[in-house]
Ligand binder design. Sequence first.
Ligand code: MG
Length: 230
Amino acid sequence: MPRLLLFDIDGTLLDTGGSGGASLLDAAEEIFGVSRQELPPLDLAGATDGGVLRRLFGQVGRDFVPEALQTYLTCYLGHLNRRLQHESFAGKTLPGVGALLAKLHELGGADIGLLTGNVRRGAELKLARFGLGSWFVDGAFGDDAEDRNLLGPVAMHRMSQATGRQYAVEDVIVIGDTPKDIACAHAIGARCLAVGTGHFQADVLRVHQPWQCFDHLLETDRVCELLLKA
Ligand SMILES: [Mg+2]
């Protein structure tokens, strides 16, 4: 059976330099008429957009209903696109990511998708900013569930539909940068290759017992060997 590799985005593939969180707060100011300084810090690491926004709506006393969420997301995505394209944008891809994706593609033997808390359009905007979008067939997104632990089955199903192949959980590897990525892999019985390029250092991630853990993804051959053959 083919391998299925499911990549997280923020902290794993790229760092938007704070543009994602800033855009969520831009939308809060515009939609709720509050100042970002009045709001508690957003807890974004490993979270889904829906989960973050449910909490935010609660903090400002608004009903978290689908129409209001859609209005908010439309506003957020406009700000995100603006910030990603702005001349002061300070984001970057994380070390080794470009080489790893190219090598995985070259070697073959794995289907590559996403498992991210970003809503689909937000994921597309972030990946497109760095020309990374075409590496990924499909995946699961923050639109699909607020609980990240529910995203694994969605990602497997979507990828099967897109590729025509079935995946066994023992052939699924989640690549992510937070304890929540590790937990969502464990939730489906899959393995997690954790990487300490986000908010958590590798020794903190190891406490959560990922299958593998790296400080970064610079060791292309070693990481490919693990992702494709181990
Ligand atoms: Mg992440």
